[in-house]
Design a protein around this ligand. Sequence first.
Ligand code: F6P
Length: 400
Amino acid sequence: MTDDPNDESQDPTDDEEQAPRLTLMAPPPDDDAPAPAPTRRACILTAGGDAPGLNAVLRAFVKRATSLGLEVFGSQDGFDGLVRPGRMVRLDNDSVRGILMRGGSILGCSNRANPFSYPVRTATGEELCDKSDEVVERIASFEIDVLVVVGGDGTMHMGKGLADKGIRVIGVPKTIDNDLAATDSTFGFDSAVHVATWAIDNLHATAEAHDRVQIVELMGRYAGWITLHAGIAGGADVILIPEIPYEIERVVQKIHDRGTHDESFTIIAVSEGAAPAGGGTAEIAAAKPGHLARLGGAGQRLADALKDKCDHEIRVTVLGHLQRGGSPSAFDRLLGSRFGARAAELCSEGASNRMVSLRNGSVTDVPLADVVGKMRRVDPSGELVRVARSLGVEMGTGST
Ligand code: F6P
């Protein structure tokens, strides 16, 4: 077997190419020779949507793993590199030089390449196929001992599925939404909150100048962490999150109340996943097999509901993917570095089916099973919501 991961002759799906690879394998050691050090290879991938800090994880993982004697491969575009041939790369200290401050991922990301439900084009459209056994074979063909999956809940789910097929898996928690269970924080969240707070700060000036109601729609599919943190940090007057279905009359009342206090502008921070009581989330495209619904329109829907109920002009800003881009904050670089280094140590220690996690300020690890299918959402009667209310923020419903 050659060391070049892009050598497609290593593609296990290519039967003709398997024979030469087998002939190239080293002969078994004779009994007197010292046992060779076990080949310890790790493969890392970044799956799901990107988040600031992915490159910090990759850099730390490669540096620490290399220092521990591991060889590192990278699968391009999430699990895609383990499904399609010619998409594996070797990672060494040179590959990760100068990437700490860069957004995105040098390996690329994909939230479509699910090995258990992989989209394959057919003459009539697209079919979802289970490629997980092929992935297991490919991992074996590259003699990879451990797979490191960096991602959110969907990624951990896929990792757990491969773990159930006998692959050693280590997870690293990532998502700007910060909604992963069994960790106090994911990396990417802090950078997203910075961008969202910056946006709310800037919107204050223009909203005040024009006496407008300014709505800003922020990311947060199932959990309102970004909106709640940035809303409080940026001084929003109304904060609407998925965990608290809102009553439109309360928002109208808040706008009126501010008008009578010589503050004729209102800033409303709304999560993309927030919905009025009795209503569903606003979607641009409905869910279909292999795809989550694409959320969008929560801000505009709110503006439409307000327009006949208040005298102010209303404007909507959708921050969208700006929250995922840009250079990661110092916190995310640090957390990503800590997670990456610890993941490498877990690989070296022989751990399997664990996820690195931040608990009370320390990096630790938890079973993958504690994470999958669970979600860390805002507690509607928790401390942060109570603080917001105590500062006069309208949360869309009475205290819970
Ligand atoms: O999960 C992170 C997230 O940013 C969500 O808040 C959002 O709904 C989703 O990703 C959007 O993903 P994309 O538009 O890249 O498919």
